[in-house]
Structures are given as C-alpha cells and as structure tokens.
Write a protein that binds this ligand. Structure first.
Ligand SMILES: Nc1ncnc2c1ncn2[C@@H]1O[C@H](COP(=O)(O)OP(=O)(O)O)[C@@H](O)[C@H]1O
Ligand SMILES: CC(=O)N[C@@H](CCC(=O)OP(=O)(O)O)C(=O)O
Length: 266
C-alpha cells in the first residue's frame, strides 16, 4: 500500500483510549492506509514490578532493566498489553496480529549502555514479518522487545522502537499517541502545547528541564525517524476523539516535530 503510518500507543493511555480510537484505526486501514502499531506498557510493567516488591528505576525515561525486570517486561508487554490492543482492534471489527520485535528478529539489537542492563540499542529492523502480516490484511501490533545475534532478549523503549520501525519501513507518518496534548511549556502562567519543534528547540527544552522523563525518548525517537526519511512525526493525545483522523486530514493538532530549521514562528 502507498500510504503507510506507524502509530505508537503509549502505555500511559492504553486504559483510557476510547473505543472510537480503535474504530478509527480500522477505518484508516479500510481506506487504504497500511497501519502498523508499536505499543508501550511502561505503567503496567511498573505496577507489576511494585506488586513484586521491585522498585522501578529510570534514567532519562529509560527503564533500568535487570534480569528480573526483563522477565516482567516480557510478561506484561507480550502477555498483557499486546493482546489487549489486538483484542480491542478486533472488537472494533478490524483484524490484528500481535508480535514482538523478537519474532522474525524484527528488531535486532545490541546491548545498550551497561548501566541500563538488558536494554537494547537498535541495530536494524527486519521488516519482512511486518510486511507479510500487512499484505495478508492484518494490522501488525508490535511489542517493544528486541533480540541480539546470540538470542538474548532485550527491553527497548517503545518510542525508540516505533521510530526505528517507521524509518525502516519508509513510512510517511509516525504518530505518537500519549496522555498529554503534545509537548507543553508554561507561557504567561498557562501550560500550552508547542505546535512545532525542531532539533535545536528540543535540545534547549531538554537542557532547561521542560522536556523530561518519558517525553525525552519520545522527542529523540521523533528526530531519529525524521533523519531516517519519515516525513512527519506527531505527538498527540489519544483521549481526544477523532484525533487520528484529524492527523490523517493534515489538521494542526498536538506537537509536530519537524526537521532542523523548519520550525514556524510561534
Ligand atoms: N514538556 C512536556 N510536555 C508534556 N509532557 C511532558 C513534558 N515533559 C515530560 N512530560 C511527561 O511525559 C509524559 C509522557 O511520556 P510517557 O509517560 O512515557 O508516556 P507514554 O506511555 O505515552 O510513552 C507525560 O505524561 C508527562 O508527564
Ligand atoms: C527500555 C525501556 O524503557 N523500555 C520500556 C518499554 C515500554 C515502554 O516504552 O512503554 P511506554 O511507551 O508506555 O513508556 C519500559 O520498560 O517501560
């Protein structure tokens, strides 16, 4: 299909996404857009870790992943979150198939920085399994785990995974669905959405602590995707009814991440 979109569903939103969100995904597919979903599940992983008496730890929005944490991440991402999304798309009348980046070595990684433990740096994306599912009429739903050349499994931030999948597939649009209306900054005492951001502005906002935590991997993955020929990256709020259709129609919603020097005056 000509028209491709990767939609990253953040774990922050999964419990609260309206049924219409999944109907919109099905309709986009019906209208001829090849939709691939990459999902997170950070809050659910953290909740399970806490139930087990393990305190979650993050560095710049990335989870420090020891062997026990990796097991929990696999259990939650594959066993819980992935199937939740697949079942909701199917309840909306669509057909979806859940995999993780482990299957078909779809997301090939190497060990990332040692202090993060089993967190993979993406080496390459093998898109054959995603393409095969799409060609057979299924919406691929991908959990953010990867595998190295020795068969070791790694945890991957879902924003990073989505950016890499979009870049490898030559996708036009990457839509990051989260629980806030976009990247926000306080202006005149009011928190406002920044409609456009480029690399320079993002670096400034991270340095000033205005972009922090889980928003850091999101904006970094957005910039990486633009560097890999993805044309448009959006950060939007999944709770807003009809938001996917608004993006598809080119309406100005959320924050659009643009290539360096292309930011419009605000
Ligand atoms: N400048 C910012 N504007 C909006 N949200 C921000 C900003 N900086 C950090 N955040 C945080 O990033 C969160 C979204 O990232 P994350 O929790 O990882 O969500 P997701 O699970 O959707 O990936 C927001 O809920 C907010 O707490
Ligand atoms: C390495 C790393 O941070 N992995 C993430 C994977 C899930 C994720 O990214 O979920 P969200 O999109 O909901 O944040 C984690 O363990 O939380």
């Amino acid at each position: 299909m000509e028209n491709q979109v990767v939609i990253k569903c953040g774990g922050s939103t999964l419990e609260g996404l309206p049924a219409s969100f999944y109907t919109d995904i099905k309709e986009l597919q019906d209208e001829g857009t090849a939709v691939t979903i990459v999902h997170g599940g950070g809050p659910a992983i953290s909740a399970t870790l806490k139930q087990m008496g393990i305190e979650p730890q993050f560095v710049d929005g990335l989870r420090v992943t020891d062997a026990a944490t990796l097991q929990v991440a696999q259990m939650v991402l594959i066993g819980q979150t992935n199937k939740q999304i697949v079942s909701r798309i199917q309840a909306a009348g669509g057909r979806a198939a859940g995999i993780s980046g482990i299957d078909g070595a779809t997301i090939q990684v190497v060990q990332g920085p040692a202090h993060l433990g089993f967190v993979g740096d993406i080496h390459c994306v093998h898109g054959e399994l995603i393409a095969a599912l799409g060609d057979a009429g299924f919406i691929p739903v991908i959990a953010p785990l990867g595998i190295d050349g020795d068969g070791q499994i790694y945890n991957i931030n879902a924003d990073t995974a989505a950016g890499a999948v979009a870049g490898a597939a030559g996708t036009k649009r990457l839509i990051m669905v989260t629980d806030v209306p976009g990247v926000m900054q306080e202006k005149d005492g009011v928190r406002q959405v920044l409609p456009e951001l480029d690399k320079e502005k993002i670096a400034e906002l991270i340095a000033d602590g205005i972009i922090y935590g889980g928003m850091i991997p999101k904006v970094r993955a957005a910039l990486d995707a633009l560097g890999n020929n993805v044309e448009e990256v959006w950060i939007i709020n999944g709770y807003e009814p009809g938001i996917l259709k608004k993006v598809a129609a080119g309406e100005a919603v959320g924050t659009k991440i643009v290539k360096e020097g292309k930011v419009n005056a605000q």
